[in-house]
Design a protein around this ligand. Sequence first.
Ligand SMILES: Cc1cc2nc3c(=O)[nH]c(=O)nc-3n(C[C@H](O)[C@H](O)[C@H](O)COP(=O)(O)OP(=O)(O)OC[C@H]3O[C@@H](n4cnc5c(N)ncnc54)[C@H](O)[C@@H]3O)c2cc1C
Length: 340
Amino acid sequence: MTLFENYSLTGLNTLGFEATAERFSRPKTLPQLIELLALADTNGWPVLLLGGGSNLILSAWVPGLVIQLANSGIECVAQQGEQVIIEVAAAQGWHSLVEYTLEQGWFGLENMALIPGTVGAAPIQNIGAYGAELKDCFVSLTAWDREQQQRVTLERSQCDFGYRWSRFKGEDAGRFVIWSVRFALSTTAAPELSYGGVADYLARQGINEPAPQQVFSAICDIRSSKLPDPATVGNAGSFFENPIIPQSQYGALKAKFPALVAFADQPGLYKLAAGWLIDQAGWKGYNAGSVGVYDKQALVLVNLGGGDREQLLTLAADIQQSVRDKFGVALQIEPRQYPA
Ligand SMILES: Cc1cc2nc3c(=O)[nH]c(=O)nc-3n(C[C@H](O)[C@H](O)[C@H](O)COP(=O)(O)OP(=O)(O)OC[C@H]3O[C@@H](n4cnc5c(N)ncnc54)[C@H](O)[C@@H]3O)c2cc1C
């Protein structure tokens, strides 16, 4: 296992920001990971766990140690009736896992096709798309607990999953290094089509009872038409979370803006489409020089070339201010800024 110094992270973050890690290593085994973390603790180096870098806003200089796990494997650990339990290494790519499970005839992840990043990062914000969330198929994870200095298994009920949320983003941020994740999938398809125009898209192709592979293809097509490919245009996906507001505030906003796009959430709460708010505030396609707002989806901020964290956060602050002025709603930034 090599410990690199002054290692470039420019190709390792989907925003494509120029960034250099003071130190960088890719452990393949748990003992290697433990050794690296001990070294960091002894020397007082801050540690960043890096997956695919698709939900990170990096500064040009990343001090301390950046660890990118390099373990591998997808294993079927149990099968009973229609249920299949699989255990997946943290470094596994998320989308390739979705493809693999479909090929095996194991269903449940297809609505989350094309989400970039790794399996190990997926529980951090309970990734979700098109009416599905990681927690729906999640069984447990194994992690190295840096506080207790031991390997732990955490069940779903111990992870505090919520909308783009888990304990790993909250009070326990940085405490657990996720090493593997278990999912419960089904050999029987149960397509979820209620969200984001998937049913309409399929119906236009004459498909009313789609197979999971058709749902997967539809979601890939819809996402590709709306979201920029990070390989071409640097971005971190949705830049802001969809704000959740009380019913009373929703009622007042809906009266003032009848076209308001929102979805019922928990009882008494509504989730607003942040992209619609930003679009209505006039930002879609905005070009601030090196950074901007994607012209097909206002929720996505992009690196137009040579952009950096400061420029992006300045643009984000201007957007937040104008949405607050127009709608009285606060937008929260979704990707993690590192160093904080
Ligand atoms: C084009 C695009 C589309 C996207 N669409 C969606 C979407 O539909 N839904 C959605 O939810 N997200 C979406 N995202 C955001 C992103 O893909 C997810 O948040 C993804 O889970 C991040 O994975 P990653 O491996 O890139 O994590 P990174 O960005 O590398 O890291 C994210 C966080 O996880 C931590 N982390 C990474 N690995 C580990 C580990 N093994 N143990 C502990 N902590 C770890 C990091 O320290 C960091 O805090 C999108 C992003 C892009 C660029």
